[in-house]
Write a protein that binds this ligand. Structure first.
Ligand SMILES: [Zn+2]
Length: 425
């Protein structure tokens, strides 16, 4: 069903076929050369929910969802951050247990597919994976509620390979405000600032997707390392509170950070967002249909949510959003902050994808479109992955320096004081 819609999507790009070296798939030889010789990094994928489910084998090409090894290879997705996520309504020990289950499920998939996947925690390891012809698997915790206000838990996640943490999800956590909840901490609390400092010391990237604007600015003030938005788009194009304003994008870049553009149609397209708002009954209908298909199976809900929205678009009940909207957001952010500060954070397997970007195999389209817009090959490589690798390297450098200063006694970090952190202060 989804594939049938995809064919319609391809028809829309018929005009590009007239360009000289264009192939039947709409991707020129030049774009293929650039794309397949680049390291392509995606900083946010919700595929982990499918892994925990136990029935999904990432090694086999699936007709549903967006991510599996065959389609990652087809689209040259070289490094993927698996999101470790649970709703912010789940807190305390329960949230920690769910996070550990997900970390285990990612690590188990890597163990089961040693020829295709390798765990990576550094930029060098991502490059090594590439040399070995493998996909680098990385992890990011989505939501500070999952550390249960305990820096020891954060350190344990880091030891298990977690490389970034999004400070909140859609609700506030115990120490930081989300962009989609009523402010409760005026941004980051004092303990939240300790969390950021400890993440800096551990070399865990601070992810500001989902957080409130005030939390974002508190993070910029507190963090010693560059930070990134693992899956956010531009608010100037689509007015979603969890997208970034032009000023935020500039300020993130001034600190060396990267905005990784999210492909979710409700964050890409104002038209889609307005249509959703104008017909709140549709959301209820969609939710009811998803519940009918999935019950309380969350991984099924994420995949079927995408499927049902596609059916509504096909029936003319919601506006169609094409993949080229992703390029508009990339281009907007590049014009504001430069090509050194933009990347890709799809939200695959956790959101509604635009037509023509149904899965990882479609990624070469992004390279083709950027080259057609006149981007240099080197800028395209930066956007595809090199910018993320730079942030990872920089975050590691700051971590090494902080650890050296702490061990020499030149610095005292409040985050290293065990008693107060156990008390959740
Ligand atoms: Zn998210």
């Amino acid at each position: 069903m989804r594939r049938a819609i995809l064919i319609l999507g391809l028809c829309g790009s018929a005009t590009v076929l007239v360009a000289g070296a264009m192939k039947a798939d709409g991707i020129s030889d030049r774009a293929k050369k650039v794309h397949f010789s680049s390291i392509v990094v995606d900083t946010h994928d919700d595929t982990t929910q499918r892994l925990v489910d136990g029935k999904f084998d990432i090694g086999r090409r699936d007709t549903n969802g967006s991510i599996d090894i065959p389609r990652m290879k087809e689209g040259n997705l070289s490094a993927i951050f698996f999101s470790i996520w649970k709703s912010s309504k789940i807190t305390g020990h329960d949230a920690v247990k769910r996070a550990l289950d997900q970390i285990d499920s990612v690590r188990e998939q890597i163990r089961k597919h040693p020829d295709a996947l390798v765990l990576a925690t550094t930029a060098a390891a991502v490059r090594d994976a590439r040399k070995q012809g493998k996909i680098a698997a990385l992890m990011g915790v989505e939501g500070g509620h999952m550390i249960a206000s305990d820096l020891g838990v954060l350190r344990s996640y880091a030891a298990l390979g977690v490389r970034y943490m999004t400070l909140t999800h859609s609700g506030n956590c115990e120490w930081a405000d989300s962009s989609t909840a009523k402010a409760g901490h005026n941004g980051l609390s004092d303990f939240g600032k300790d969390v950021v400092r400890e993440m800096n010391r551990l070399g865990v990237i601070v992810d500001i997707s989902h957080v409130s604007d005030k939390t974002f600015y508190d993070v910029l003030e507190t963090s010693e390392a560059p930070v990134f938005a693992s899956h956010s788009s531009c608010r100037a194009i689509c007015d979603a509170p969890r997208n970034m304003t032009d000023q935020m994008i500039k300020d993130l870049a001034a600190k060396g950070g990267v905005i990784q553009i999210n492909y979710h149609v409700g964050f890409l397209s104002q038209e889609f967002r307005d249509a959703e708002k104008a017909k709140p009954e549709l959301e209820k209908e969609i939710q009811a249909e998803v519940a009918k298909r999935c019950g309380d199976n969350e991984s099924c809900q994420l995949i079927e949510g995408d499927n049902v929205v596609r059916e509504y678009v096909k029936a003319g009940k919601l506006p169609r959003v094409d993949w080229t909207k992703i390029i508009e957001h990339i281009d907007h952010a590049v014009k504001l902050a430069g090509a050194d500060h933009v990347g890709l954070g799809s939200d695959f397997d956790g959101a509604m994808m635009p037509f023509g970007m149904e899965d990882a195999s479609k990624l070469p389209r992004i390279t083709e479109a950027l080259l057609q817009r006149g981007y240099s090959e080197s800028d395209v490589r930066k956007i595809l992955g090199e910018n993320t690798l730079r942030v990872m390297t920089e975050v590691d450098r700051v971590s090494r320096e902080m650890n050296a200063a702490v061990s020499k006694g030149e610095r005292v970090l409040s985050s290293v004081r065990t008693k107060s952190e156990r008390a959740g202060k």
